[in-house]
Design a protein around this ligand. Structure first.
Ligand code: SF4
Length: 388
């Protein structure tokens, strides 16, 4: 199964910059690329700044409305360029303030993006791929199979839609999205270039101005890409660990067979060593009843993480049909958390949000035109087990 997963950073399928009907899509282009684009048109670098303010701060995607540019320039822009944002097919707002969008991508598949408000903080959970090739055994996204990587435009487009869903305010002065986590569909570090480019735009003051500590890339453990990421940026890092031993993690997260826990945690330490400030790695641990939620496993986890600065997020499993896993009791989750805390770790149990709109963690499935036939095989297995 892991042979499906290309981990060479050179072999990423990076279909960008994107163009539509021969016109360059300016959404997702870096500030530098926009300066070059305008230079080719014989325009000064400040045009890039003007365009970014219209596009990202004010949410304007129509050149005609960019009124501090001359009519001639706007006409010229419309002839050679376009701004294509993802198409929203479903938009759900939960009673707890959580918002979820299903967005259709060229090719027909769809992805999901979720916004979770919490006090003064608004966290956007973005997708990086259509489906996911890693196939973690407990993950509903993994069961959908894999279609393709998202482009930087399709990733920043999710941010654009969420940030401007609160009305026509200038988002640089009134921020609703304060934090971004790459924890939606896909393994972000298997789509390295577009994820990095989109992250840089999210952090750019002329983009969405998200602080580097408030942007978290979450990975199931693509070790070479973690090392590369430490050379290229200093965003926060989260690891989907989910098991304290290789024996169990090999089953839950197949990528572990390629990059076992010790190798992964060593890469995390190297990542922290490259950061200019003191930070912790976030450890994501989905608690599943009678699989990884025993007191012994809590003690093992505490020991495995003893030497790495971490904060541990415990996520009670959100069941989905035929998952084969169950949510642990509240008591089991509390007991697990207490053991970690008594060992000196910061451990919190994540509260489930957006349950009523299927936006809870692990429930993001979109609609994937699967190129791996995993979806089909998974359905067949369950039909057979059910005697259908
Ligand atoms: S948990 Fe993450 S890496 Fe694993 S299959 Fe799901 S989306 Fe992919």
């Amino acid at each position: 199964m892991t042979s499906l997963i290309a981990t060479s950073l050179d072999s990423q399928d990076i279909p960008e910059p994107s163009s539509v009907a021969g016109k360059l899509n300016l959404l997702g282009l870096s500030r530098e690329a926009l300066v070059d684009f305008f230079a080719e048109m014989g325009e000064k670098p400040f045009r890039a700044q003007q365009l970014m303010k219209w596009l990202y701060h004010r949410g304007v995607s129509d050149f005609e409305q960019m009124t501090d540019m001359s009519k001639a320039l706007r006409t010229k822009l419309a002839q050679v360029a376009c701004i294509i944002v993802p198409e929203i097919v479903v938009q759900n707002y939960s009673t707890d303030g959580t918002r979820k969008w299903v967005m259709r991508m060229p090719g027909g598949s769809s992805i999901e993006t979720v916004y979770i408000p919490d006090g003064g903080r608004g966290t956007l959970c973005v997708s990086s791929q259509i489906g996911c090739a890693v196939d973690c055994s407990f993950c509903s996204t993994g069961k959908q199979g894999f279609n393709r990587n998202l482009t930087a435009a399709e990733i920043i487009g999710q941010m654009w839609i969420a940030a401007h869903s609160f009305g026509s305010r200038d988002v640089s002065s009134e921020r609703y999205v304060t934090n971004v986590v790459f924890m939606g569909m896909g393994e972000p570090l298997l789509n390295y270039g577009p994820v990095l480019n989109a992250s840089k735009l999210m952090m750019d003051d002329l983009g969405f101005g998200i602080g580097k500590r408030r942007l978290t890339i979450s990975t199931s453990g693509v070790v070479p890409a973690i090392d590369q990421l430490g050379d290229d940026t200093d965003v926060s890092l989260a690891i989907s660990l989910h098991a304290p031993t290789d024996e169990l993690r090999d089953v839950l997260v197949p990528l572990n067979r390629k990059y076992p826990i010790a190798v992964l945690l060593a890469a995390c330490q190297r990542y922290l060593d490259k950061l200019p400030d003191k930070r912790k790695i976030t450890i994501e641990y989905t608690l599943m009843k009678d699989v990884n939620d025993s007191p012994e496993q809590a003690a093992q986890l505490a020991a495995v993480l003893a030497d790495l600065p971490v904060k541990i997020n415990l996520i009670p499993f959100n069941p989905f049909p035929n998952s084969g896993y169950e949510r642990p009791s509240r008591n089991a989750a509390m007991r697990f958390s207490k053991i970690l805390q008594e060992a000196g770790h910061i451990a919190t149990i994540r509260t489930t949000r957006g349950d009523d709109i299927d936006a809870a963690c692990g429930q993001l499935v979109g609609q994937v035109a699967d190129r791996t036939r995993r979806q089909e095989r998974w359905k067949q297995q369950h039909d057979q087990a059910a005697g259908l």
